[in-house]
Design a protein around this ligand. Sequence first.
Ligand code: GCU
Length: 603
Amino acid sequence: MKTQLCALVALLLLFVTTGQAQQPAPLITNLEGRQTIDLNGPWQTIVDPYETGYYDYRYLPSPNGYFKNTKPKSPSDLVEYDFDTSPQLNVPGDWNSQDQKLLLYEGTIWYKKSFDYHKNEQSRLFVYFGAANYLADVYLNGQKLGQHEGGFTPFNFEITPLVREKDNFLIVKVDNKRRRDAVPTLNTDWWNYGGLTRDVSLVEVPNTFIQDYFLQLKKGSMDEIAGWVKLSGARAGKSISIEIPEANAKQVVTTDASGYAPVSFKAKLNLWSPGNPKLYQVKLTSGSDAVNDRIGFRSIDTRGTDILLNGKPIFLRGISIHEESPLRAGRAFSEDDARQLLTWAKELGCNFVRLAHYPHNEHMTRLADEMGVMVWSEIPVYWTILWDNPETFANARNQLAENITRDKNKASIILWSVANETPVGEARLKFLKGLIDHARMMDSTRLLTAANERHYADATTQMIDDPLGEYLDVLGCNEYVGWYDGVPEKADGLTWKVAQNKPLIISEFGADALFGNHGDKAARFTEEYQKDLYEHQIAMLRKIPTLRGMSPWILTDFRSPRRPLPRIQEFYNRKGLISNRGARKQAFYVLQNFYRELEKEGK
Ligand code: GCU
């Protein structure tokens, strides 16, 4: 009791004295396995392009910013903002697709949500954000909780000392301005959707609770579950029970001084795979806290140029996907959005998806677990990041850590990707090796990859020899032979050389086609051109001996600020096999047939 009181006092003091932006609290794993109250729905918002709600006219942070939610106390009182009469935006949701005026808006929008809350005496309360793009400053009842950077990973703050019975006001300053030193950096080929893009929830937990856990098969084992459990608010000697009733397996472990306990026990398991996406009910209890999860157990490994799932070689029949709602042209955030995208991928014949270029929402990875779809999960280290900047590295590493923390118990996730199309160079290699080491430290069970580039060794020889490949388990390569590089037939005469004796995934290839735009197959942007490109690509890729998977670019057309071509692109990247209205293009069936053939070949 005494220690928790000290912790709470320390927390309160920190809030009151520093006001400094502090980091979120350690991430709580598996919110879905807990009782929560969501704060979703309409939020009051103030669009603030000049950040008047944060800085004074000297551009110094103002102590009386919009986070104070000040109300005039008398008619002569001067207050030049009022959340409660301001427009609303829905949460979860990006602001760009909710209001045409905000389609291209990049800057700050303030969000306010009021709520009453009766908290039990002996418990703690956290506010959890699924994601906020890009920089979020969070306040409760006028007090700064902290700041989070990164638009695609979850974060939470403890609000125990600050919450009150009535009229709490939670205020979030969300800024999606692009910065050179950020992750991603200034240019991306996807829409910079801003806002509270995923669920916001309140979660009440006992003073000592199960904050985080990692339960997967030990590397190389088919029957030993290994991992750990971490309690928050606990000291040594606390017992935690981990139970898998259906497998008749259970272990009780005891915490060390930091509330941490390693886990290791044998169990006879029905292993997870696309053909058998078996998930087990897992119960964790400690003191008065309990959390339930549904976890699949499978082993993933490489042997030479093979990828082994549960010890057997597999071929990854994949497709790349952006986190965009298929038919609403906004950030996807719901279970329905995820189910629609994964259902289309399965219709294509996929057993694998590349979630590009950033961590997608948790509905996506949970459904991949349920639907038996293997996942490539990536952080937005995209194109040319500031490799020499230590803050940029710390930011990228933090996004990686948050991604792994959220999804490390998901059987569907087989690959962590640390980068996409980044330029070969010393600083970049050091940066990415640092991320790879961090990922391996956090998770020794999964494979590391990155989407790298290729170059010509001579006129007809493609070379994959990125030095980063030395540090990866699986090589990823994006190639646009026939689109940015020549015309589709060019693929016919090419051979591929791969420097590292490792499994290869062609993580991108493709061509733009506007659905319904028909013409000669040599005419770009026609369905015939895209179809022809897929046919030549498939013939070429079939000949690469170490090819163990592919994720063509891309399942559906998606918004991109880099694609202005009138009447064709209209700010959409049209490389989808499905249009942004859900229509299948001719190339969709070319790939579907190919995947059917592979399935017949047992691949
Ligand atoms: C790149 C990149 C994608 C982009 C695609 C394209 O390879 O990784 O983000 O959308 O090419 O140009 O269509």
